[in-house]
Design a protein around this ligand. Structure first.
Ligand SMILES: [Mg+2]
Length: 234
């Protein structure tokens, strides 16, 4: 019988926080491309699967090319293939509110998921590939109060999927790998990385876009926490 889970570690982007879709929709409208929130969400769900498949082995998710490629996939999924519009939106994104950028909105049920995990006695933390801003964003959105600690790859000098970043979190909690579960939205970065450190992993899949994967799927962080609290893990 495996040991009970005592901690849930979360990815930040597309797991607890998301891009501010309101401002993206406004900018698209300004460029003459009216898009609904539902269409943008759907496009992003599909784009992240393509982004995951696009990383070269060992490539950093924090390379400037990543954001460009991700945006191009989202626009492509929206059917926006006009090079002028693609270039205009790319330039707008690069200059938008640096260094925080667009990742300043809450994922649905993120707050509820963290609260439930804490209520049930689980340790909670974030392990994020970020540029040094994730702790400020999580504090601004009111999530930091529900987290024991936040690991930002740019501050510790190692990034997912390198198992060392997951081991840092285990060291901070004094837990064995089998006592922690990781929740993230990119299979080859989050699930593969966490497993390489011996943790179990749950893949965020709000739009049922990942197909048949060899790990539990969750639509929201709350659903992931419920997975962990279920018979599957206890
Ligand atoms: Mg993410």
């Amino acid at each position: 019988m495996s040991r009970p889970v005592r901690a849930i570690f979360f990815d930040a982007g597309n797991t607890l926080i998301r891009m501010d879709y309101t401002v993206i929709l406004a900018e698209l409208a300004r460029l003459g491309v009216p898009v609904t929130l539902a269409a943008l969400e759907r496009a992003e769900w599909r784009a992240r699967v393509r982004l995951d498949a696009s990383f070269a082995p060992g490539a950093s998710t924090e390379h400037p090319d990543t954001g460009e490629r991700y945006l191009r996939f989202i626009l492509d999924e929206l059917g926006v293939r006009d090079a002028t519009i693609q270039a205009a939106l790319s330039a707008w994104r690069r200059n938008y509110d640096a260094p925080m950028g667009l990742w300043t909105a809450l994922e649905p049920e993120a707050d509820a998921g963290l609260r439930l995990a804490r209520e049930r006695g689980l340790r909670t933390a974030v392990i994020s590939n970020s540029n040094g801003t994730v702790a400020d964003i999580l504090a601004h959105l009111g999530l930091a109060q529900h987290l024991d600690f936040i690991i930002d790859s740019s501050k510790v000098g190692v990034e997912k999927p390198d198992p060392r970043i997951f081991r840092l979190a285990l060291e901070r909690t004094g837990l064995a790998p089998e006592e922690a579960v990781y929740v993230g939205d990119l299979y080859s970065i989050d699930v593969v990385g966490a497993r390489a450190a011996g943790l179990r992993a749950i893949l965020m899949d709000p739009g049922a876009c990942w197909g048949d994967r060899d790990c539990p799927l969750a639509r929201t962080a709350l659903e992931a926490v419920k997975h962990v609290l279920s018979e599957l893990y206890r």
